[in-house]
Design a protein around this ligand. Structure first.
Ligand SMILES: [Zn+2]
Length: 306
């Protein structure tokens, strides 16, 4: 896959190197906070005064660290990238280029289907980062959060793709981004709201079936992207790239569509994405048809005919 020299997206934020407290330090801080709270609520008036004095002193002397220790403060980012200055590394350049490609393709394709395009954001992070839905953890794999219309990705996932699934070329990585961008396109199409509105109203089985449709639809949209990228940028795809995307479709079974139930609910459930044969089929439908409307069949076909 050829990718160098194209316009890079300006909607990519680099948070690699940012220190976000993990379970361990949060528990430690939370523990102290709980003890202080207990002393304050259950203790004698004297112990309450001691707690208050300690807190006031602590706040005056160690404002930042104290807030962090109690688990309530913002941890200053290590090398958090603020907008404007692009980091100079291969992975950032690659992901920004693929994001730029998606912006270019969808800003052309969506209006022809009667929808207005708005760009998604991307956050590149390492290990953990904050999201409006809670803390994202690299173990979750890449995901799209509709609350802030952002794709969260820890690039070490790509190494895992290579090592575990033999997805070697860079199209596999582009495919992962295109699938996640597909979820953003679904958000614009209103398909995510539709899925979320079913929660609690249908059985778990029915909900899972519906989410399989949504996942296959994201693969379909990735296929549309690949087709238009090929047409727009020329030699975008090389021999074997589609097969690679198919292997990859299998591998990103860990990708989880985020359900937005409010803070603290990043990734509450995992569910299936359809079989790899189904995923390959729908990616190809997108690639060969290039027509957003063809994907609507995913929501009307009986489940066993997907
Ligand atoms: Zn997905």
């Amino acid at each position: 896959m050829r990718w160098r020299g194209r316009k890079q997206s300006t909607h990519v934020e680099d948070r690699r190197g940012e220190q976000v407290p993990g379970g361990g330090s949060y528990r430690a801080g939370g523990g102290l906070a709980n003890i202080l709270m207990l002393l304050f609520l259950r203790g004698s008036p004297k112990s309450r005064i001691i707690v208050l004095v300690l807190l006031v002193l602590g706040f005056l002397l160690f404002r930042g660290p104290l807030l962090n220790f109690l688990g309530g403060g913002e941890t200053p980012g290590g090398t958090t990238q603020q907008s404007g200055v692009a980091p100079d590394d291969e992975m950032y350049a690659y992901l920004s280029t693929i994001m730029g490609d998606n912006e270019q393709v969808w800003s052309q394709v969506l209006p022809t289907a009667g929808f207005q395009f708005r760009p998604a954001q991307m956050v590149i992070y390492s290990q953990r980062t904050r999201t409006p839905g809670g803390i994202a953890d690299a173990r979750m794999g890449p995901f799209y959060l509709s609350q802030d219309e952002t794709i969260y990705i820890d690039p070490t996932f790509f190494r895992e793709l290579k090592e575990k699934f033999g997805a070697t070329g860079d199209f596999a990585e582009a495919y992962v981004v295109a699938h996640e961008y597909g979820h953003h396109v679904q958000n614009i199409l209103g398909r995510l709201d539709q899925l979320h509105s079913l929660h609690g109203k249908v059985s778990d089985t029915e909900y899972n079936h519906q989410s399989v449709r949504v996942e296959l639809h994201a693969d379909f949209l990735a296929g549309i992207f690949a087709r238009f990228a090929q047409e727009t940028f020329g030699d975008f795809l090389e021999q074997g790239d589609i097969e690679e995307a198919m292997r990859c479709a299998e591998a990103i079974g860990d990708d989880r569509l985020q359900r937005d139930y409010g803070p603290g609910h990043v990734n509450p459930d995992s569910f299936t994405h359809g079989t790899s044969a189904q995923r390959a089929k729908w990616f190809n439908q997108g690639f060969t048809s290039g027509d957003v409307k063809v994907g609507e069949a995913l929501y009307s076909l009986p489940y066993d005919q997907l």
